[in-house]
Design a protein around this ligand. Sequence first.
Ligand code: HEC
Length: 162
Amino acid sequence: MPAGYPALAQTPGTPRNIMSLRKISCTVVAMAVCALTFTAPALAAEKPMQAAIHEGGQLFAAASLGVNGESCMTCHRGGGRVEGMLPTGKKIPSLIGAAASFPRYNERAGRVITLGMQINSCITNGLHGMPLSYDGPKMVALISYLTDLSQGRPIDLQGVER
Ligand code: HEC
């Protein structure tokens, strides 16, 4: 023990190694409580997030959003992961990274649009369906699915920097 270091007060009859065992178990309990505090919210979020992403993937492939028997997947192949082309020759972009590029200025609309507005534009123009409510479960699911396709992509606001 270094000089000047105060001797640990010991309960008579309690060997020092038992004291340190107690200290270790306290530390382990504290670490477990700490780990639970930080992981519990993530654990609670994971299931509903996965459910929303899954539901969005189902909707993306279903014909129920339109009236012409087509789905998002008719144009956005491979669950949106593959580029394509309309019969008119217009390019259909891959949707990987798309969610990270909204809000975005849309020249045709002459204004900044959100991902939800783009989805509704595809529903009305591509599927001839009714636009979805922006806070309804179907829109939430489609946005969750598309955002999952953009995980890890940096947000791109058309050159605007902070
Ligand atoms: C008839 C074909 C067609 C259908 C069906 C269609 N889209 Fe699109 N989508 C396009 C085309 C073409 C573009 C690119 C041009 C544009 O902005 O309209 C596009 C663009 C997008 C974009 C923006 C991609 C980017 O980075 O520019 C998203 C997001 C998107 N579509 C989602 C959807 C979703 C979700 C559905 C189903 C609800 C859907 N689309 C159905 C043709 C379609």
